[in-house]
Design a protein around this ligand. Structure first.
Ligand SMILES: Cc1ncc(C[n+]2csc(CCOP(=O)(O)OP(=O)(O)O)c2C)c(N)n1
Ligand SMILES: [Mg+2]
Length: 333
C-alpha cells in the first residue's frame, strides 16, 4: 500500500461507526500526549489541543470525502487525524521532525495533506475562511460536486474575513460548508463577554445562508447534520453554515490552565463527553462489547507510544528545508 492509499484507507474507514470511536480515542490520546511532550520541552513554539472536540472533527471527516477540501485552525490536530493523517504525520509536524506531514517545517499550526483534502491549517484567526471560499469558487468553476469546508472557532465569527467569506459564498452560491467549533472560549475570554448573540448560527441568516446550531458532543448527530448539509451543497444549493456546540478541556494553548473558567463548568461538559457518550451508545447497541472496547483503548495507546518513539528518532529538518517550498519569481528574466 502506498502512503497515499494508506491515508485514503484511514479516511474511508470512518464509514464504520466503531472506527469513528477509535479515531476519537486516538485524537484524545495524541492530544494528551502532546501536552505532556510540551511540558518536557519537546514541542517548540506553541501548540493548541482539542480534547473535548473530537466528535466535531470525526463527524465532519466521516460525512465528507477526500476530494473535498478543508481549511481549519491552529487547533487542527483533531481535524487532521480525522481526515486521515497518521499520528506520525501530525506528531512529526508538532515536534518539528522530517517525518511530519510537511517535513517538520510547518509545526503544530501548519498541518497540510492534499491527498485527503487538508489545505494548510491557519494560525491567523478566520484566515481559512476566505481560502475555503476560494476553493469553493474553484470547485464551482471546475464543475462536479466537490465542496470546500471551512472549520473555524466561535471567536472567528467576530472577524471581518468571516463576514466577507459568508457574503461572497452566498452571493455566488458557492459550494462551501462553514463549520463553527463553538467551544465557549476565544483565547482567555468567554464567548458571552465578546459576542452579543448566544448562537452564532443566527449570523448566517443575514447572508441568507441556511444555518443551524447543533450538538457537537454527539458524533452521530454531527454526521447527520453534515451529511444533510453536504447533500444540499452538492446538489447546487449553495453554502450552508453549521455551528457545533462543544467545549475545549485544555486551556487555550501551551501551559494555560484556564483559571478563567467558572467553577463547575468543566464538570458539566465532562458529563457530556463525546467519547464516553458514544462508547456507551455502541455498548448498549451491542455494536461493541467491553472486551473489544478495552482492546481498542490498548491499541490506540500502543499506537501513540510507538509514534512518539518513531518521531523522536526522526531527524529535524536541515536549514535548507526552510527554502524548499518557497516560491519566488525569477527576476533575472
Ligand atoms: C487575526 C488574529 N487575531 C488574533 C489572534 C490571536 N488569537 C489566537 S487564537 C485566538 C482566539 C480564537 O478563538 P476561536 O476562534 O474561538 O478559536 P478557538 O481557539 O477557541 O478554537 C486569538 C484571538 C490571531 N491568531 N489572529
Ligand atoms: Mg473558541
Amino acid at each position: 500500500m502506498t502512503a497515499t492509499e494508506a491515508l485514503l484507507d484511514r479516511r474511508g474507514g470512518l464509514r464504520d461507526r466503531v472506527a469513528r470511536l477509535e479515531r476519537m480515542l486516538e485524537i484524545r490520546a495524541l492530544e494528551d500526549r502532546v501536552q505532556a511532550l510540551f511540558s518536557e520541552g519537546l514541542v517548540h513554539g506553541t501548540t493548541h489541543t482539542a480534547q473535548g472536540q473530537e466528535a466535531v472533527a470525526v463527524g465532519v471527516a466521516a460525512a465528507t470525502r477526500p476530494t473535498d477540501v478543508v481549511t481549519c485552525t491552529y487547533r487542527g490536530h483533531a481535524v487532521a487525524l480525522a481526515l486521515g493523517l497518521t499520528v506520525e504525520d501530525v506528531l512529526g509536524e508538532i515536534m518539528g521532525r522530517t517525518i511530519g506531514s510537511v517535513g517538520g517545517v510547518g509545526g503544530s499550526m501548519h498541518l497540510c495533506e492534499p491527498d485527503v483534502g487538508l489545505l494548510p491549517t491557519f494560525a491567523i484567526v478566520g484566515a481559512g475562511i476566505p481560502v475555503a471560499v476560494g476553493a469553493g469558487l474553484s470547485a464551482q468553476l471546475r464543475g462536479g460536486d466537490d465542496i470546500a469546508v471551512a472549520v473555524f472557532g466561535d471567536g472567528a465569527t467576530n472577524i471581518g474575513a468571516f463576514h466577507e467569506g459568508l457574503n461572497l459564498a452566498a452571493i455566488w452560491q458557492l459550494p462551501v460548508l462553514f463549520v463553527c467549533e463553538h467551544n465557549v472560549y476565544g483565547e482567555y475570554s468567554r464567548f458571552d463577554l465578546t459576542t452579543p448573540v448566544a448562537d452564532v448560527s443566527v449570523r448566517g441568516a443575514s447572508y441568507a445562508i441556511p444555518s443551524a446550531t447543533v450538538d457537537g458532543q454527539d458524533v452521530d448527530v454531527v454526521v447527520a447534520a453534515v451529511e444533510e448539509a453536504v447533500t444540499a451543497i452538492r446538489a447546487g444549493g449553495g453554502p450552508r453554515f453549521l455551528e457545533f456546540k462543544t467545549y475545549r478541556y485544555a486551556g487555550h494553548s501551551r501551559s494555560d490552565t484556564a483559571p478563567y473558567r467558572p467553577e463547575g463548568e468543566m464538570e458539566l461538559w465532562r458529563e457530556r463527553d463525546p467519547i464516553d457518550r458514544f462508547t456507551e451508545r455502541l455498548l448498549s447497541e451491542d455494536a461493541l462489547d467491553a472486551a473489544a472496547a478495552d482492546a481498542m483503548a490498548a491499541r490506540v495507546a500502543a499506537r501513540v507510544d510507538e509514534a512518539v518513539e518513531t518521531v523522536k528518532a526522526s531527524p529535524v529538518p536541515d536549514a535548507e528545508a526552510m527554502f524548499r517550498h518557497v516560491y519566488a519569481p525569477n527576476r533575472s528574466r
